[in-house]
Design a protein around this ligand. Structure first.
Ligand code: HXC
Ligand code: NAP
Length: 283
């Protein structure tokens, strides 16, 4: 759908790029001429993905271990990348999430998700943003949010809180930094089959079916669809889109708020016990 040089020469960092949606975007951006960097906590995962995508696309990609929660991890990575040339695009894609009843969550459980999703996005955005501003270079930040970022959602509350913060950050900085050449966009995806998301949020065929029944298009989104949407939004062709979140959910939100609010209310107590790692360890 695009000319092969849509992203030619653009240097792009994708957090959580070793798996799932991040990996699919890395592959597509490479096909469109970008130079791609991916990071994640597991060095072996990002390095294997980088090797595979380099071989399959012939493009330039490198993988780095980096935990987005910690500025002391983020700063050296960004410094290392900038030493070879400034980034043009940052994709905040790394996330953590699980389905749980909120009253059963420990403080650590809340913190685990908020630290990855919200603090990680803040750490990365500031590390890149400060460098773009200091050198008067343009930049683009794409945030992968969720459909429930604007509405909240039962049973994924740490994620809902964190993603709402990500969207607030994006909209705020779109105004504060827009005039200085930094553009912000976001995607709110509906369900797209990835191991990371489906193992934690849709672990049974019954839950998948409930979601498909609820969705007006009765299917999940695809990795190709989100990778192409991401490619467009970060490209110069989307240069006047700033501070906007694009829903890519088959109309799910229009059919009634968050799927997890709907799914969670159908689950019996026994299912919740199965999904809580603390309980399964002790019982
Ligand atoms: C209740 C849970 C829990 C669960 C973990 N915890 N899972 N509590 N129910 N299902 C609690 C633990 O008991 C612990 O608290 C605390 O959370 C931290 O858990 P750890 O395993 O020590 O944390 P960590 O190793 O940092 O792992 C973070 C994680 C994990 C978020 C818990 O799931 C992860 O690494 N996720 C990364 C990938 C991911 O989540 N991908 C899906 C993104 S999909 P205590 O008090 O016991 O120490 C997405 C949108 C999907 O975001 C929308 C689909 C439509
Ligand atoms: P995924 O494969 O689990 O991706 C999450 C990635 O984040 C992993 O590669 C993980 O790698 C990385 N990550 C987690 N914590 C990190 C940290 N502290 N530092 C650096 N990297 C970290 O799941 P996905 O489905 O592709 O999700 C990608 C994005 O899409 C997320 O923002 C998610 O919220 C969003 N989303 C997904 C769906 C869906 O249906 N799939 C729907 C809506 C929104 P490590 O574990 O190696 O760190």
């Amino acid at each position: 759908m695009f000319t092969d040089d849509l992203l030619k020469g653009k240097r792009i960092l994708i957090t959580g790029g070793g798996t799932g949606i991040g990996r699919a975007m890395a592959e597509r951006f490479l096909q469109l001429g970008a130079i791609v960097f991916i990071c994640g906590r597991r060095a072996e995962v990002v390095q294997k993905t980088a090797q595979e995508l380099s071989a399959s696309t012939g493009g330039t990609i490198e993988g780095f271990p980096c935990d987005v929660r910690y500025p002391e991890d983020v700063e050296p990575l960004i410094e290392q990348l900038w030493a070879k040339g400034p980034l043009d695009v940052l994709v905040n894609n790394a996330a953590g999430n699980f389905l749980a009843r909120t009253e059963e969550l420990s403080p650590h459980a809340f913190d685990a998700v908020i630290s990855i999703v919200l603090k990680g996005t803040i750490n990365m955005t500031l590390a890149c943003g400060r460098r773009w501003l200091a050198t008067k270079r343009p930049g683009v930040v794409l945030n992968i949010a969720t459909t429930y970022a604007d509405t909240g959602s039962a049973f994924v509350v740490p994620s809902a809180v964190a993603k709402a913060g990500v969207v607030a950050l994006m909209r705020s900085l779109a105004v504060e930094w827009g005039g200085r050449g930094i553009r912000f966009v976001a995607i709110a995806p509906g369900a797209i089959r990835t191991e990371g998301a489906f193992s934690r949020l849709l672990p049974t065929p019954e839950l998948e079916k409930a979601l498909l029944d609820h969705n007006p298009l009765h299917r999940f989104g695809t990795l190709e669809e989100i990778a192409n949407l991401g490619a467009f939004l970060i490209s110069d062709q989307a240069g006047y889109i700033n501070g906007e979140m694009v829903y890519m959910d088959g109309g799910e939100m229009l059919a009634g708020s968050s799927s997890f609010s709907m799914i969670g209310r159908r689950l019996p107590d026994s299912a919740w016990q199965m999904m809580n790692p603390k309980r399964t360890k002790t019982e």
